[in-house]
Write a protein that binds this ligand. Structure first.
Ligand SMILES: [Zn+2]
Length: 425
């Protein structure tokens, strides 16, 4: 049962070997097949589909899948849990101009280079407001996931994807991006049987460190000193950014620093990244994260307070409760629920809601507090930030963030892309 992913099926990998891909592109060009140049949003999801991050999906969803996902949180097979529509949009005008029809084979390009084959099996429209309400629980376009839904063009194409030209992952992300199959290989090398995923978009302060350690102990129980059979996988989500988010480079390098400097033994800790544009769908996104991490080979997944939430759209623990509503046995990963965490001056340590009885004395690690510490650039007590992690934040701000550890308009314009598609040769 090796490489079994979400839904109990073999991990999807739809990537054509290079020589075959070069030949195929020549044939497609000679046959004058239709081509579409995709934007970053779609390119990211083509890569995710092709390498099995979205297993068992083999392509972009058809209308039947989208409707079933919205209504039942299941794919059209009515068995496989899936919570967020994965769709490919196109404007009415472009559809007409391209002449694309059902059952066409289309050559997708990205930044002008051959990228993937798209076998169109469905062309459809969606009621975006209805999709927004069912997936995000709101129709307000202030919600970033709803905004993304409304920004889709009016037509959608469904069908299978085959990648012709693998992405070049650029520095400093190169060593952190692993496909699901590579990820599973790595776990095997490490001898890990239990893999606890920590989903993050943050640079880690000691609150996060504590959470990971708590989850490890909670899941593992007894640790063998010579050969640990399990580890913590930090899997940072790298994708579309909003001003004020941490820059991707700081997230990944600061997470890695925790292992490099011994706050986690290196044999129980691995930092990686995956490509995904956060939808901030709260509970539904938590379910999606569970499915994706099943594909990565994880056995456990941490869910914190307000996991993948935004504003006050979801109760902070809705993303825990949703797992009780899923059919038994529909996920192959065990959720680990984390409650709120804080620094307690009486306990004199980082502690958490499940332990500390001094709730009224707590000093919470609010985003605002952490942000002001970083903006001041004065090294905080090591109880809050490990000094090596803090140094790395400052280094990343200089090296990658144009002087800022947080995303600015300037960063969005000038940053080095996470991946590129090079000419196929
Ligand atoms: Zn306390």
């Amino acid at each position: 049962m090796e490489n079994i992913g979400h839904g109990g099926k073999e991990i999807v990998e739809r990537v054509m070997p290079k020589a075959a891909a070069i030949k195929r592109v020549e044939e497609l060009k000679a046959a004058k097949v239709k081509t579409l140049d995709v934007r970053l949003q779609m390119a990211t999801e083509v890569i995710d589909i092709a390498y099995g991050f979205f297993s068992p999906l083999e392509g972009f969803m058809t209308k039947a899948d989208v409707e079933s996902v919205c209504d039942n949180m299941l794919l059209a097979d009515r068995k496989t849990v899936w919570s967020i529509p994965i769709v490919f949009d196109i404007s009415e005008e472009e559809l007409k101009k391209s002449g694309i029809k059902q059952y066409d084979e289309v050559l997708l390009t990205y930044t002008g280079n051959p990228f993937a084959i798209f076998d169109i099996t469905d062309i459809f429209t969606l009621d975006k407001k209805e999709v927004a309400m069912k997936v995000y629980g709101t129709t307000e376009d202030k919600h970033p996931g709803v905004k993304r839904t409304y920004q889709y063009q009016d037509k959608f194409l469904g069908g299978k994807i085959t990648l012709l030209n693998p992405p070049k992952i650029n520095e400093p992300f190169t060593r952190f991006w692993l496909t699901p199959k590579q990820m599973r290989e790595r776990f095997k090398e490490k001898g890990w049987e239990m893999i606890i995923n920590h989903q993050t978009r943050n640079v880690p302060h000691t609150g996060h460190e504590w959470l990971m350690k708590g989850a490890y102990l909670g899941a593992y129980g007894s640790m063998m000193v010579d050969k640990p059979r399990g580890g913590v996988l930090v899997n940072a989500i790298i994708g579309s950014k909003r001003p004020g988010d941490y820059i991707d480079e700081a997230i990944i390098l600061c997470q890695e620093a925790q292992g490099k400097h011994g706050y986690f033994r290196e044999d129980i800790f691995l930092t990686t990244c995956s490509l995904w544009d956060m939808r901030y769908a709260g509970p539904r996104e938590a379910v999606f994260h569970a499915c994706m991490r099943t594909n990565l080979g994880c056995t456990h997944h941490m869910f914190g307070r307000d996991h993948a939430g935004v504003g006050s759209y979801y109760d902070p623990y809705d993303a825990h409760r949703i797992f009780d509503k899923l059919p038994k046995g529909s996920l192959n990963i065990t959720p680990i629920f984390n409650l709120d965490w804080w620094f307690c001056p009486v306990c004199d340590e980082v502690t958490y809601m499940g332990f500390c009885g001094h709730k009224d004395k707590k000093a919470s690690f609010s985003g605002t507090l952490i942000r002001s510490i970083i903006q001041d650039g004065v090294k905080p007590p090591r109880r809050i930030f490990r000094p090596e992690v803090f140094d790395m934040i400052m280094e990343c701000a200089e090296k990658y963030g144009f002087g800022n550890a947080f995303v600015t308009e300037d960063y969005l314009k000038r940053r080095n892309p996470v991946f590129t598609i090079e000419p196929l040769k």
